[in-house]
Design a protein around this ligand. Structure first.
Ligand SMILES: [Mg+2]
Length: 125
C-alpha cells in the first residue's frame, strides 16, 4: 500500500515516514504542499493520503477538496495530521472530505490506530 505524505515541514515528514515504517508501511511518496501533492497523486498508484493542514501554495484542506473532486480520488482514505483541534476546524476538515484526524504530536501506535480506523470504515463501505 503506497502512502502519499504531505507536509511543508521536512522534519514532520520524516517523523511521519519513520512512524509509518515502525508500523509496517514502507512504500511512501512525499510532497511539501498541496499543489505538488496533487501532481504526485495524479501520477497514480497512491492508496492512502496523510496530509498536514497548514502549508504554503495550497493548504491541506484545499488539497483534500481537490482530491475529492477527482474521479480517482472520490474514495481514497485521507488522514489529516495537524495541531488544529478546535471543533470547527475538525468539522471543516470533514466537510473537505478528510476521513480522520491525528493531532500533533502523535506516537506510532496512535497513527496506526487512526489508519486502521480509516481502513476498516473503507472496507465496510
Ligand atoms: Mg505545515
Amino acid at each position: 500500500m503506497r502512502f502519499l505524505v504531505v507536509d511543508d515541514s521536512a522534519t514532520m515528514r520524516r517523523i511521519i515516514v519513520n512512524s509509518l515504517d515502525r508500523i509496517g508501511y514502507n512504500d511512501v511518496v512525499e510532497a511539501d504542499d498541496g499543489a505538488s501533492a496533487l501532481a504526485k497523486f495524479a501520477e497514480g498508484g497512491i492508496s492512502f493520503i496523510i496530509t498536514d493542514w497548514n502549508m504554503p501554495q495550497m493548504s491541506g484542506l484545499d488539497f483534500a477538496r481537490n482530491v475529492r473532486s477527482r474521479a480517482d480520488g472520490a474514495t481514497i482514505p485521507i488522514l489529516m495530521v495537524t495541531t488544529r483541534s478546535a471543533r470547527e476546524d475538525i468539522l471543516a476538515a470533514v466537510e473537505a472530505g478528510v476521513n480522520n484526524y491525528v493531532l500533533k504530536p502523535f506516537t506510532p501506535p496512535v497513527l496506526k490506530e487512526k489508519i486502521d480506523a480509516v481502513l476498516s470504515v473503507a472496507a465496510a463501505a
